[in-house]
Ligand binder design. Structure first.
Ligand SMILES: Cc1cc2nc3c(=O)[nH]c(=O)nc-3n(C[C@H](O)[C@H](O)[C@H](O)COP(=O)(O)OP(=O)(O)OC[C@H]3O[C@@H](n4cnc5c(N)ncnc54)[C@H](O)[C@@H]3O)c2cc1C
Length: 476
C-alpha cells in the first residue's frame, strides 16, 4: 500500500517561515508556503522604493547571522545566487569632533580608535569570544535542554550579556569612545540601555563583527530569501504569494501548520479554537518599541566628517553613551527624542549593484514608541547632518515609513515593533511563548519564539523540529 506524503502549510515567508518550510521539506513533507504579500521575504524584502533601478532594503540589511546560523550556514544558498559583501569596517560611531570609533575585524585597528586607557579592556571583552564566535552562536541557538558543549564560553558570555549596557560600559571603560561603541551595540536590543539584558544581542553582534565582519547580501536582502525560496522549490516546496491567511479554517486540511506570525495575529487566525488560559497568555504578550525609518536616494556618498565612516556599512549616530541612553530612555517613556539614536546603513558604498552612476541608497531608522504617528524624518536628518555636514544637499529622493507603514508592509511589525515582541531579561531567560500551541498540529515559528529576533532562521528550524518530533514524522 502506498503511503501518502504528509502535507505541511507554512503561513508567512519571512526567514523563519522559509527555514521551517525547508526543514519540513527535508523531512519529506509536501510543503506549501502562503504569503500575504506579492513578494516573499517579510523583513528581508528589497524594493525600488524611490526610483526604478535603485534597490532599498525595506527592513534588514546585515545578514551576519545567516552566515553563522547552525541551520542556514549548511544550506547551499550560493548555488541559488547568494553572494556576500563584507565592508572593510563592520561599524562606525562618529563624534562631534570629527573622529569616530570603529569596529574592525582587526582588534588593533579597533582599539586604535578608542581612548588609550580602554584599549586592553576592550580587547579583553571581545577577543576571546570572537575567536570562538561560531561555537558561541551554536550554543546560543541550540535547543534548550541539550547539554552545553562550551559551558565556560557561555558562562563568560552570559555574565556580560545579562547585565545592562550602561552598567557594562561604565564599569569596564573610562573613556567616552569605548562607552559609546558599547551603547550603539546595545541599542539593537530595542530596550532601554539601563535595562538588564540590554547588552545581550549587541554583545553577540559585536563579537561576530570582530570575527566575521558584518556581511550583507549583494543586490539586497531580498537575495537571501530568494536563495532560500530557490532551495525550497528544488526540494519540491511551493510558495503561494498574495494570499493572506485570515483564519486557519481557510486552509485545506494539513498534517501540520507552521505560523510565521506573532501572538496577536495567531489569536485572530485561531479564533474559537483556543482555550481561555492560552488566549489570556497571548493577550498579555507585550510588543516593544516601534521604528521610524527613512530611505534616501543621494547624488553621492554621505560627506562624513570622520573618514572612517566611509568604510563601514553600519553607522551608529548619537554621539556618546549619555546622549544615546537618554534617547532610548525617552522612547521607553513614550516620548520622541529630539536627538534620536539613528542606526544607518549605506550598502551601495560597497555594493554597486544597488545603485547607478554616482548615486547611493541609504537608510536610517530610530526607535519610537509602539504605534507612534510622529514624523521623525527631520530629527533623523538633523542627526546625520551633525556628523556629515552637506548630507541634506545630497538628497534627491526620500521615502519614510512610520510604525503604521511598517505594519502595512509586514503585519508581523505590530505597532512598528520589528523584533517580534518587547525584549527583556525575563524574555531572554523564560521566553513567554514557544512553538507548541493548544492546536495539536499548529506551531508558532516567528521571531516571537526562541531563540531571538534576527535573520538566522533558527525560530523556524526549531519549530519545524518540534513539529516533526511531536507528530512522529520521519524522513521518507
Ligand atoms: C528596519 C529594520 C531593520 C532590520 N535590520 C536587521 C538586520 O540588519 N539584521 C537582522 O538580522 N535583522 C534585522 N531586522 C529584523 C529582521 O527583519 C526580523 O528579525 C526577521 O525578518 C524576522 O523574521 P520572521 O521570519 O520571524 O518574520 P518576518 O520577516 O516578519 O516575516 C513574516 C512574514 O509573514 C507574512 N505574514 C504575516 N501574517 C500573514 C498572514 N496572515 N498570511 C500570510 N502571510 C502572513 C508577512 O507578510 C511576512 O512576509 C530588521 C527589521 C527592521 C524592520
Amino acid at each position: 500500500m502506498t503511503r501518502h506524503k504528509r502535507m505541511a502549510a507554512v503561513i508567512g515567508s519571512g526567514p523563519n517561515g522559509l527555514a521551517a518550510a525547508i526543514a519540513l521539506a527535508q523531512a519529506g513533507l509536501e510543503v506549501t508556503v502562503y504569503e500575504k504579500h506579492d513578494v516573499i521575504g517579510g523583513g528581508c524584502r528589497s524594493l525600488e522604493l524611490i526610483q526604478k533601478g535603485y534597490i532599498h532594503d525595506v527592513c534588514s540589511t546585515v545578514h551576519l547571522q545567516v552566515k553563522l546560523s547552525p541551520f542556514f550556514r549548511k544550506l547551499p544558498l550560493e548555488e541559488f545566487g547568494l553572494r556576500w559583501v563584507t565592508p572593510p569596517l563592520a561599524l562606525a560611531n562618529p563624534f562631534d569632533d570629527g573622529t569616530a570609533a570603529v569596529v574592525s575585524q582587526s582588534m588593533a585597528d579597533t582599539v586604535a580608535t578608542l581612548d588609550s586607557v580602554d584599549e586592553k579592556a576592550y580587547a579583553r571583552l571581545m577577543s576571546r569570544p570572537a575567536s570562538q564566535s561560531q561555537e558561541l552562536m551554536d550554543e546560543i541557538m541550540r535547543f534548550p535542554g541539550i547539554p552545553l558543549r562550551h559551558p565556560f564560553l557561555m558562562m563568560n558570555f552570559g555574565r556580560r550579556a545579562l547585565t545592562s549596557t550602561t552598567e557594562l560600559a561604565r564599569s569596564l571603560f573610562e573613556g567616552k569612545r569605548a562607552r559609546a561603541l558599547i551603547a550603539g551595540m546595545g541599542a539593537h536590543s530595542g530596550m532601554e540601555l539601563e535595562q538588564r539584558g540590554s547588552f545581550a544581542s549587541g554583545f553577540l553582534m559585536g563579537i561576530t563583527a570582530h570575527s566575521n565582519g558584518w556581511p550583507f547580501p549583494e543586490g539586497g536582502s531580498q537575495r537571501t530569501v530568494d536563495a532560500l525560496a530557490g532551495f525550497l522549490t528544488k526540494l519540491g516546496g511551493k510558495i503561494v504569494t498574495g494570499c493572506e491567511v485570515k483564519s486557519l479554517e481557510q486552509l485545506p486540511p494539513y498534517d501540520v501548520v507552521l505560523l510565521d506570525v506573532t501572538p496577536r495575529q495567531f489569536l485572530k487566525m485561531a479564533e474559537g479554537r483556543l482555550p481561555s488560559s492560552y488566549i489570556g497568555k497571548l493577550e498579555r504578550y507585550r510588543y516593544g518599541c516601534g521604528a521610524f525609518k527613512c530611505d534616501w536616494l543621494l547624488d553621492g556618498p554621505i560627506p562624513w566628517k570622520a573618514s572612517e565612516c566611509c568604510k563601514a556599512n553600519t553607522v551608529h549616530i548619537g554621539g556618546y553613551l549619555e546622549e544615546m541612553a537618554a534617547a532610548e530612555s525617552e522612547v521607553n517613556q513614550q516620548k520622541h527624542p529630539e536627538k534620536p539614536l539613528v542606526i544607518l546603513t549605506q550598502p551601495s558604498l560597497f555594493d554597486r549593484s544597488r545603485a547607478k552612476g554616482d548615486a547611493h541608497v541609504v537608510y536610517g531608522y530610530c526607535h519610537v514608541p509602539n504605534g507612534s504617528t510622529f514624523d521623525m524624518a527631520e530629527r533623523i536628518e538633523a542627526q546625520i547632518e551633525r556628523f556629515a555636514p552637506g548630507f541634506r544637499d545630497r538628497i534627491i529622493g526620500r521615502h519614510t515609513m512610520s510604525t503604521a507603514d511598517l505594519e502595512r508592509h509586514n503585519p508581523n511589525c505590530v505597532g512598528g515593533d520589528f523584533l517580534g515582541g518587547a525584549q527583556s531579561l525575563r524574555k531572554l531567560i523564560l521566553p513567554p511563548v514557544s512553538y507548541e500551541t493548544p492546536i495539536g498540529n499548529a506551531f508558532l515559528c516567528s521571531s516571537s519564539t526562541p531563540p531571538s529576533p534576527g535573520v538566522h532562521g533558527m525560530c523556524g528550524f526549531r519549530a519545524a523540529q518540534t513539529a516533526i518530533r511531536k507528530l512522529g514524522i520521519s524522513s521518507q
